[in-house]
Design a protein around this ligand. Structure first.
Ligand code: G6P
Ligand code: ZN
Length: 547
């Protein structure tokens, strides 16, 4: 052990804007680079926790610009706060699901993950930080609100004087009485995947000529995908694209959607299509799956995973239940009903699944925002979803397209699309939502062409496990034919407001499963504008992103 470093108390003043959103505190990188900004938030996290002295904290991030500097600030503050051990991914790298896996595997007190997820990285882009609790999942609102409350009154924080810690070599060192252990960021996660999926069957699939392109988008999943897909499973070298994590993500926008991963969609629809195209986001928790000639919507992916999970060894005993966020299509509900298992509808945000998973009520969860996962960790997990698909393909010996088509034929198809109006003025967005809320009681019973409103509400969630209540989670307009329009404001943006409009129509007839999605939803799309006055409130005559 080296000589103790002096602990110092630094005087600071509160920043008014440190309220964590859907997934931690996310801001422009330059905000975080202001003196004391990150330290204030970290001290507010520690001030909101009890009983961590002598216990372990997991620390890592997606490698974006400012990741390394932030790791050093947090290492010193966590040591000054009295953690017994800090477990940090080599180079400061841990994907979000890997961080969750490490927290659980090491029975740590909690963890800090540095990421702004799918937002771009760099000095002019975004940075973020979130705290995860001992089950490996995002902190519940009780803690995030305590963090915010403390951030508004903070007067000082504690840290250590001294040189930076070497985080680039596996091994350990000491900061005062705190052990800093640098671990391989991939190993624990990789073993977990091998325990859940039939690696031998997937190996055979690749050996038989199955082809795949996985785009890591120069973000955190590169090392994980190379080790597992190309290493353990024998995917051809070069199957992983953009596999080196870069601080600016190589100027990719690491959001695996149909805008930023358009090249994969185009490839999957071309004559040169591999059997599967896939991608993940900046911090590795989202997924995109496209088969040859067949895009899989995240909502359909959840339903298909729920219906087929028993084909993977880790889920052979069947699933206990399914959970989805409210705006996610109701395709999974039909699977849960057929399996006779529980179905839970939660607000947007993975944190709402934690209690249900801990209580054993559900095994798989998913969100329309390209997230799927299970009880193996307490975050959504991009590579997990892709490995689950590979396992299903290997077990069923069918293509992605055949599996999707068969699913629709059995359960019906939920045509589904999300229209985003990004970076609109906050005032206009709030006025739009207020206008909708004012209409809620008068809408039921009204007809608009063939569409008759059956019910309308502002979604509220009563957590069946801890009894907490989350109100105003999105305006829902439900129609008699099973169609639905949902409006909500994003909780993850970093400037202005983002309005999301979710449009869904159920089609039981297989003869009508081949329509183009926007065309199949055209009357609902027009009605969404008519009901909310989107153009009037936002000044936009069309969405900035359609997924
Ligand atoms: C993050 C969260 C998800 C959430 C998504 C969209 O990825 O982890 O749980 O669904 O953001 O959130 P938003 O509030 O922007 O719609
Ligand atoms: Zn993410």
């Amino acid at each position: 052990m080296t000589a103790p470093l002096p602990i110092k108390t630094v005087a600071t003043k509160p920043f008014a804007d440190q309220r964590p959103g859907t997934s931690g505190l996310r801001k422009k990188t330059r905000m975080f680079q202001q003196p004391h900004y990150l330290a204030n938030f970290v001290q507010s996290i520690f001030a909101s926790l009890e009983g961590f002295e002598g216990k372990a904290l997991v620390l890592g991030g997606d490698g974006r610009f400012f990741n390394r500097e932030a790791i050093q600030i947090i290492l010193k503050m966590a040591a000054a706060a009295g953690f017994g051990e800090i477990i940090v991914g080599r180079g400061g790298i841990l994907s979000t699901p890997a961080a969750s896996a490490v927290i659980r595997h090491e029975q740590a007190f909690g963890g800090i993950v540095l990421s702004a997820s799918h937002n771009p990285g760099g000095p002019d882009a975004d940075f973020g930080i979130k705290y995860n609790i001992s089950n490996g999942g995002p902190a519940p609102e009780k803690i995030t609100e305590a963090i915010f409350a403390h951030s508004k009154v903070i007067e000082s924080y504690r840290t250590l004087e001294g040189p930076d810690v070497n985080i680039d070599e596996i091994g350990h060192s000491w900061l005062v009485g705190t052990k800093v252990r640098v671990i391989d960021p991939v190993a624990i996660y990789r073993d977990l995947m091998a325990s859940l999926f039939d690696f031998d069957a997937i190996k055979k699939l690749f050996a038989s000529g199955f082809t795949m392109k996985f785009d890591a988008m120069s973000a955190v999943t590169g090392p994980y995908a190379k080790a597992i897909l190309e290493g353990d499973l024998g995917a051809a070298p070069g199957s992983v694209l953009n596999g080196e994590p870069l601080p600016d993500f190589g100027h990719h926008h690491p959001d695996p959607n149909l805008v930023h991963a358009r090249h994969l969609y185009d490839l999957a629809m071309s004559d040169a299509a591999p059997d599967m195209c896939a991608a993940s986001d900046g911090d590795g928790d989202r997924n995109l799956v496209i088969g040859r000639g067949q895009f899989v919507t995240p909502s359909d992916s959840l339903a298909i995973i729920a219906a087929n999970a028993h084909l993977a060894p880790g889920y052979r005993q069947g699933i206990a239940g399914v959970a989805r966020s409210m705006p996610t299509s109701r395709a999974a509900d039909r699977v849960a009903a057929k399996l006779g298992v529980g179905m839970y509808e939660t607000p947007t945000g993975w944190k709402f699944f934690g209690n249900l998973l801990d209580a054993g009520k559900v095994t798989v969860c998913g969100e329309e925002s390209a997230g799927a996962g299970s009880n193996h960790v307490r975050e959504k997990d991009g590579l997990w979803a892709i490995l689950m698909w590979l396992n299903i393909l290997a077990a069923r010996q069918q293509s992605v397209k055949e599996i999707v088509r068969a699913h629709w034929a059995e359960f019906g198809r939920h045509y589904y699309s999300r229209h985003d109006y990004e970076e609109v003025a906050t005032e206009g967005a709030n006025a739009l939502v207020a206008g909708l809320r004012a209409k809620l009681t008068s809408l039921p019973g009204q007809s608009f062409g063939a569409l008759k409103v059956e019910a309308a509400d502002d979604f509220a969630y009563h957590d069946p496990i801890d009894g907490s209540m989350s109100k105003q989670q999105g305006v829902r307009v439900l129609f008699a034919d099973g169609s639905r329009i949902v409006y909500r404001l994003s909780g993850t943006g970093t400037s202005g407001a983002t309005l999301r409009v979710y449009i869904e129509r159920f089609e039981p007839d297989p003869a009508r499963h081949d329509l183009e999605t926007q065309a199949a939803l055209a009357d609902l799309i027009a009605l969404a504008e008519q009901l909310a006055g989107i153009n009037q409130h936002t000044g936009r005559d069309k969405p900035s992103v359609i997924t």
